[in-house]
Ligand binder design. Structure first.
Ligand SMILES: *[C@@H]1O[C@H](CO)[C@@H](O)[C@H](O)[C@H]1NC(C)=O
Ligand SMILES: *[C@@H]1O[C@H](CO)[C@@H](O)[C@H](O)[C@H]1NC(C)=O
Ligand SMILES: *[C@@H]1O[C@H](CO)[C@@H](O)[C@H](O)[C@H]1NC(C)=O
Ligand SMILES: *[C@@H]1O[C@H](CO)[C@@H](O)[C@H](O)[C@H]1NC(C)=O
Ligand SMILES: *[C@@H]1O[C@H](CO)[C@@H](O)[C@H](O)[C@H]1NC(C)=O
Ligand SMILES: *[C@@H]1O[C@H](CO)[C@@H](O)[C@H](O)[C@H]1NC(C)=O
Ligand SMILES: *[C@@H]1O[C@H](CO)[C@@H](O)[C@H](O)[C@H]1NC(C)=O
Ligand SMILES: *[C@@H]1O[C@H](CO)[C@@H](O)[C@H](O)[C@H]1NC(C)=O
Ligand SMILES: *[C@@H]1O[C@H](CO)[C@@H](O)[C@H](O)[C@H]1NC(C)=O
Ligand SMILES: *[C@@H]1O[C@H](CO)[C@@H](O)[C@H](O)[C@H]1NC(C)=O
Ligand SMILES: *[C@@H]1O[C@H](CO)[C@@H](O)[C@H](O)[C@H]1NC(C)=O
Length: 551
C-alpha cells in the first residue's frame, strides 16, 4: 500500500495544525469582544420565581409509550435542506450558479451535519430504518459537539489582527465594491465554546435519538441503573453532552434521568475521547502531513478570486492564507451569529477547493493517510468491542483508562443505549481504527490536484454534530440472528470489503460475532506504543490504513 516513490521525509514543523486538538488555555490574540451578559451580581431569584416542583398544580403528566421510529416509521427522517440548519442565513456563491449551490456542504469540519445518502458509501437503497423482520436491541452512538467558535489563535483572529496592524501603522487601508463592508467589519467571535446554533444541533440530535430509539430505555429496569452518557471535561464538550441529554430526556429531567460522565482531557491523561493526550506523535510532525499538503494546495487554489479581491482594496494585500481565513470567517460567522458577508465573496469553485483543502487535512491526519490515526482511535474501538462482549477492560494498551473501564458503574457493558461525545479528529481516528474504509476510499488524495467525485468528503464525515451509530439487531430469519451494522450521518456503511468474513448485504448487515472477530484482528495490528512513541518514516501520498509503517 505504501508508494515508495512518493515516500518523503517531512521536515519537522511547529505544530501549526488548523484542526482542533483540545481546549487551550492560551492568551487570546485578536481580543474578542467580551460578553457583558449576564450583568455582574445577578442570579436567578428562586424565592420569587420558584420551579415547577415547588409551585405544583402541574396538571396531568402521562408520558405515553417510548417511541421507536427506527423500526415503526414508514420512511427515515433524512435532514431536509435547508430546514435543518434553521436559523442560519446563507448566501449563494459569487458566481451565482444556475442550480442552487449549498455552500454549507463545502466548509469541511465547519459544516453543519447533513444526511449522507448510503449510495455514496456504496449501498444504494439502504436505510437507517431497521430492516423488516429485525428488531433493535442495542444502539451505540459516537457524536461530535455542535458548532463552536474558532479554536484559540486560529486563522480568523489572525486575519483581524492583520487588518488592525495595517490600520495602526500608518498604511491606512480601505476597500470598496464587494469588499466595502470590510471598512466597518469588526471581529466579534469568541473562542472554543459552543455557539447557540451548536447547542441546538446537539439538543436536536438528542431529541431525534429519543424519537428513533427511546424504546430501548425499557431495558433499564434494575433499580439504580441509569444510562451513562460520556463526554470530556472541556467546556464545549460538557455543554454538548448536556444539550444532547436535555434533548433526549427533556429539561430539567435530564438532571435526574442519566449519569453524565466527564472524562478529564488534559495532557498525559488517558481518555479515549481525547486520545491525542497520551500519544506524543499525535502532537508532533507525524500528525502534520495533512496540514502541510493542504497549505501547499491552497497556494494555487484561490488565485483568481484573490486577484479580484486585491483589486478592491488598497494599503493591504491578501494572500492564500487570507483566502482560507475569509472562507473560515464565512463558516464561523454564519455558525455563530447567523450570517456572514464573507460568504458571497467566493465562487462555487472556491468552495470546492476549500472543501478539498480540508479533505487533504483530514484524510492525511485522521484517516488512512496518517500513521497515528488508528492508534488514537483504538481506545474507542476497544470500548465498542468490550460493550458488545459485556466485558470490562482491566488493562490498557491504548488511550483506554482502565481505572474507569474496569468499573461497571463508570463503564457499564450491559446497557442497551450508549452515547459518547468527542471531537471530530477522534471520530475520524475511530472510523480508521474500526477499518470502516468505505467512508475514506482507498486511493490516496492527490496533494496537488483536486479529485472530483471521490467518496471521501470532510463535510460528510467530520461536520459539526457528526454521528456514528452502531446498531445491534435481532433478525430471527437470518442465521445467526444477531446482526450488526454501522451508520454515519444516516448513510449505511458497507463492510464486506473491510471486515473479513462479512458477506455483502444490501442493508450493511453482518453477523455480530463476525464483526467482533474482524475487529479483534484489526485491533491486534494497531501498535499504539510504536505509532505514538516510535521513530518511523512517513509522508503524503500513502494509504497507511492509519498504521505507523514498520521501517
Ligand atoms: C464585573 O466583574 C468583573 C470581575 O468579576 C470585573 O472585572 C468587571 O469590570 C465587572 N464589570 C462591570 C461592568 O462592573
Ligand atoms: C439516494 O441516492 C439514490 C441513488 O442516487 C437515489 O435513488 C435515492 O433516492 C437517494 N435517497 C435519498 C433518501 O435521497
Ligand atoms: C505594518 O503593517 C504591515 C501589514 O500588516 C505589517 O507587515 C508590518 O509589519 C507592520 N509594521 C509595523 C511597524 O507594525
Ligand atoms: C483516568 O481518568 C480519570 C478521570 O478522567 C483521571 O483523573 C485519571 O488521571 C485517568 N488516569 C490516567 C492514568 O490517565
Ligand atoms: C498563485 O499565486 C501564488 C502567489 O500567491 C503564486 O506563487 C502561484 O504561482 C500562482 N499559481 C498559479 C497557478 O498561477
Ligand atoms: C494509560 O495508557 C498507557 C498507554 O496505553 C498505559 O500503559 C497505561 O496502563 C494506561 N493507564 C491506565 C490507568 O489505564
Ligand atoms: C454483564 O453481563 C455478563 C453476561 O452477559 C455478566 O457476566 C456480567 O456480570 C454482567 N455485568 C454486570 C455489571 O452486570
Ligand atoms: C433490550 O430489551 C429487548 C426486549 O425488549 C431485548 O431483546 C434486548 O436483548 C435487550 N437489550 C439488552 C442490551 O439487554
Ligand atoms: C474537477 O472539476 C473541476 C471543474 O469543476 C475541474 O476544473 C478540475 O480539473 C477537475 N479535477 C479533476 C482532478 O478532474
Ligand atoms: C481493512 O479493510 C481493507 C479494505 O479496505 C482490507 O483490505 C483489510 O484486510 C482490512 N483489515 C483488517 C485487519 O481487517
Ligand atoms: C529517528 O531516526 C532518524 C533516522 O533513522 C534519526 O536521524 C533521528 O535522530 C531519530 N529521531 C529520534 C527522536 O530518535
Amino acid at each position: 500500500m505504501i508508494s515508495a516513490a512518493l515516500l518523503t521525509l517531512l521536515p519537522v514543523l511547529a505544530h501549526a495544525n488548523p484542526v482542533e486538538k483540545r481546549w487551550q488555555a492560551e492568551t487570546w490574540v485578536g481580543s474578542p469582544t467580551s460578553n457583558v451578559y449576564p450583568p455582574n451580581g445577578t442570579s436567578v431569584n428562586t424565592a420569587l420565581f420558584p420551579p415547577e416542583s415547588v409551585v405544583g398544580y402541574a396538571g396531568p403528566t402521562p408520558t405515553g409509550i417510548e417511541p421507536a421510529a427506527i423500526q415503526t416509521a414508514s420512511a427515515y427522517p433524512y435532514t431536509q435542506m435547508p430546514a435543518f440548519r434553521w436559523p442560519l442565513v446563507v448566501d449563494q456563491p459569487y458566481d451565482n450558479p444556475s442550480t442552487p449551490f449549498d455552500i454549507t456542504q463545502y466548509w469541511g469540519n465547519l459544516s453543519p451535519v447533513y444526511s449522507v445518502n448510503s449510495s455514496i458509501f456504496g449501498l444504494p437503497g439502504a436505510s437507517p430504518l431497521v430492516p423488516d423482520q429485525c428488531t433493535i436491541t442495542q444502539v451505540h452512538i459516537l457524536y461530535r459537539h455542535g458548532a463552536r467558535y474558532p479554536t484559540g489563535g486560529s486563522a480568523p483572529a489572525q486575519f483581524a489582527e492583520k487588518l488592525n496592524a495595517a490600520a495602526n501603522n500608518g498604511s491606512t487601508w480601505s476597500s470598496w465594491g464587494d469588499l466595502d463592508f470590510l471598512n466597518h467589519w469588526q471581529y466579534g467571535l469568541g473562542a472554543e465554546i459552543l455557539t447557540p446554533f451548536g447547542r441546538l444541533q446537539n439538543f436536536e440530535l438528542g431529541a431525534g435519538f429519543r424519537v428513533l430509539y427511546g424504546e430501548l430505555l425499557n431495558n433499564f429496569t434494575a433499580a439504580g441503573t441509569l444510562p451513562v452518557f460520556r463526554t470530556e471535561s472541556g467546556d464545549r464538550m460538557v455543554h454538548t453532552a448536556d444539550n444532547f441529554a436535555a434533548g433526549f430526556f427533556g429539561v430539567p429531567d435530564y438532571l435526574t434521568e442519566v449519569n453524565i460522565e466527564l472524562m478529564v482531557e488534559a495532557n498525559g491523561v488517558n481518555n479515549t475521547g481525547a486520545a491525542y493526550d497520551n500519544c506524543p506523535n499525535a502532537n508532533g510532525a507525524p500528525s502534520d502531513i495533512g496540514g502541510t499538503v493542504a497549505k501547499e494546495f491552497a497556494v494555487n487554489a484561490f488565485n483568481s478570486t484573490l486577484a479580484r479581491l486585491n483589486s478592491e482594496v488598497k494599503g493591504i494585500q491578501f494572500t492564500p492564507s487570507d483566502a482560507i481565513a475569509m472562507l473560515q470567517l464565512c463558516a464561523y460567522e454564519t455558525d455563530a451569529i447567523g450570517y456572514s458577508q464573507f460568504c458571497k465573496l467566493f465562487t462555487s469553485e472556491d468552495y470546492m477547493n476549500f472543501e478539498y483543502y480540508y479533505d487533504l487535512i483530514f484524510w492525511y491526519e485522521n484517516g488512512p493517510g496518517s500513521p497515528v490515526s488508528a492508534a488514537q482511535g483504538k481506545g474507542l474501538a476497544e470500548e465498542l468491542v468490550a460493550r458488545l462482549l459485556h466485558q470490562q477492560i482491566t488493562v490498557s494498551d491504548s488511550a483506554v483508562n482502565s481505572t474507569l473501564d474496569s468499573s461497571p458503574i463508570l463503564f457499564p457493558v450491559n446497557n442497551s443505549i450508549y452515547a459518547d461525545a468527542t471531537h471530530e479528529v477522534i471520530v475520524g481516528d475511530t472510523l480508521t481504527a474500526l477499518n470502516l474504509t468505505a467512508v475514506f476510499g482507498t486511493e490516496p488524495l492527490s496533494p496537488t490536484q483536486r479529485s472530483n467525485g471521490s467518496v471521501f468528503s470532510t463535510s460528510r464525515v467530520f461536520p459539526f454534530a457528526t454521528h456514528l451509530v452502531f446498531q445491534v439487531l435481532e433478525c430471527p430469519n437470518m442465521s445467526p440472528s444477531k446482526q450488526g451494522r454501522w451508520i454515519l450521518n444516516d448513510g449505511v456503511i458497507p463492510i464486506d470489503q473491510s471486515h473479513p468474513g462479512c458477506p455483502w448485504n444490501k442493508d450493511g448487515l453482518c453477523p455480530l460475532n463476525t464483526i467482533i472477530s474482524a475487529l479483534q484482528n484489526r485491533l491486534a495490528e494497531i501498535d499504539f506504543n510504536y505509532a505514538c512513541n516510535g521513530n518511523y518514516t512517513y509522508g503524503p501520498g500513502n494509504n497507511y490504513g492509519g498504521l505507523a509503517p514498520k521501517s
